[in-house]
Design a binder for this molecule. Structure first.
Ligand code: NAP
Length: 285
């Protein structure tokens, strides 16, 4: 079997077309959705990420501001900027690009963002809402993975899902979303002794580790759906995921490519969260 590709670029285009209409409707009512992106320091990868996010906003009819600060910015100065954006009515979502310089406590910064503007879904209020099944912003990457499953008609109900990785921004919320969707969920991590024993039983595998070839063909049940969140570089310096794509695509039924899979969906779900934040404000006005 050769797996079908879950095309994150095409799905993103489809979702963004619909989002542009929602953004235009909000704009006509005086509530143009606004995203503020803060970048501290000159990490080259972060610069690319924030530029892509700002461009995606402009292309979809959202207002966006990019605030760039030197790595010498103090924690107090950054917290003051976040508080000012919390009060800014033209801004519905605030994103502080991670990682931050070592002298700044990222947790403190995230907890300073108003939960009403936490479009990255990293605030403990958002994590708590996800945990207990209340309304809140879902972290963009796992939210995008769930949209991909939906797009291929894969209902997680009754399926065994294995998530590899347990970070606060990908693995843990991914597991919670799959659980909410009635999958039976196993979470694996660096202390899992026999990863393959778990993945071989999975109908859905989500790899979110950050290491090449964590998942190889012999570790995958024939017909499984494989979502590759990882972003790594191969020996030629090209972007690749955590999954041995060429091998696993011969065993799986569906697979996400890297690039062109989860990455574009992450940005798209950021736009979705920002439009939702603006819709909530507009509904309350
Ligand atoms: P992270 O915070 O470094 O977490 C990695 C997780 O993988 C940890 O839970 C770690 O376990 C686990 N792990 C490490 N080695 C393992 C092994 N050999 N077997 C099983 N589990 C292992 O990374 P992250 O922020 O979740 O990101 C994961 C990957 O996704 C990275 O490549 C990142 O660049 C990528 N990513 C992509 C997008 C996108 O939009 N495409 C978005 C976010 C992240 P412990 O907890 O035990 O250490």
């Amino acid at each position: 079997m050769t797996a079908q590709l879950i095309d994150g670029v095409a799905l993103s285009r489809q979702i963004r077309t619909e989002l542009a209409q929602r953004a235009a409707a909000l704009t006509s009512r005086g509530h143009t959705p606004g995203l503020a992106v803060i970048l501290v320091g000159d990490n080259p990868a972060s610069q690319v990420y924030v530029r892509n996010k700002v461009k995606a906003c402009h292309d979809t009819g959202l207002h966006s501001v990019l605030e760039q600060y030197p790595a010498s910015m103090s924690e107090a100065e950054l917290l003051a900027r976040v508080r000012a954006l919390n009060e800014d009515a033209s801004i519905h979502g605030i994103l502080v690009q991670l990682p931050l310089p070592a002298h700044i406590d990222a947790h403190k910064v995230i907890e300073t963002i108003s939960p009403l503007k936490d479009v990255d879904g990293f605030h403990v209020a958002s994590a708590g809402a996800l945990m207990v099944g209340q309304e809140g912003f879902k972290p963009c990457t796992p939210y995008g993975c769930m949209q991909m499953l939906k797009a291929i008609g894969c209902d997680p109900r009754g399926k065994h899902a294995v998530v590899i990785g347990r970070s606060n921004i990908v693995g843990k919320p991914m597991a919670m979303l799959l659980l909410q969707a009635n999958a039976t969920v196993t979470v694996c991590h660096s202390a899992t002794p026999d990863l393959a024993q778990h993945t071989r039983q999975a109908d859905i595998v989500v790899a979110a580790v950050g290491k090449r070839n964590v998942l190889t063909a012999d570790m995958v049940k024939p017909g499984a759906v494989v979502i590759d969140v990882g972003m790594n570089r191969n020996d030629e310096g090209k972007l690749c995921g955590d999954v041995d794509f060429d091998g696993v695509r011969e065993v799986a039924s569906w697979i996400t490519p890297v690039p062109g899979g989860v990455g574009p969906m992450t940005i798209t779900m950021l736009l979705v969260n920002t439009v939702e934040a603006a819709e909530r404000v507009a509904a309350a006005a």
